[in-house]
Write a protein that binds this ligand. Structure first.
Ligand code: RB5
Length: 153
């Protein structure tokens, strides 16, 4: 799978680990940065990773900031992105199977690298179930996204 991978300064070390992990697992990584400890703003790199997904350059996105929270908030503001903040494998798998998540957020200051790799593996291996109830609920989320856009001044 082609996976866009981004981080801010709070997540770049875990991102580097995950890039090697994903490559070893046979995936193609689109690295959108950042690759250094100098402080940057997580919305900028979240946008880059999200754009890679929306343009079709990548099928899924992963973003690592300090806690994963800021990246997840930012990603879910971008139409077409369904981001999940997961630090356990159950949520990472079910977030895709039930909720059609296409973007994973992780906290580089929260989770160890080995567990993060397991979470990423679960996220990447999962597929949306297409079950009628999950399609209905996902479509209601998409309707919320549309309503939000329509209400913009
Ligand atoms: C940066 O210090 C930090 O705020 C950021 O990495 C992230 O944790 C935000 O949620």
């Amino acid at each position: 799978m082609r996976i866009a991978l981004g981080a801010d300064h709070g997540g770049f070390e875990l991102k580097a680990f995950l890039q090697k992990f994903l490559t070893r697992e046979g995936h193609e990584v689109v690295n959108v940065g950042v690759d250094a400890p100098q402080p940057v703003d997580y919305p900028d790199y979240t946008r880059k990773a999200a754009q890679a997904v929306l343009s079709g350059q990548a099928e899924r996105g992963i973003m690592v900031c300090g806690s994963g929270v800021g990246a997840c908030i930012a990603a879910n503001k971008i139409a077409g992105i369904r981001a999940a903040l997961c630090h356990d494998t159950f949520s990472a798998r079910q977030g895709v199977e039930d909720d059609d998540a296409n973007f994973l957020c992780l906290g580089g200051r929260i989770i160890g690298s080995e567990l993060a790799a397991e979470v990423v593996r679960a996220f990447v291996a999962a597929r949306f179930s297409q079950a009628e109830r999950h399609v209905r609920r996902r479509d209601k989320v998409l309707a919320l996204e549309k309503e939000g856009r329509a209400q913009r001044p």
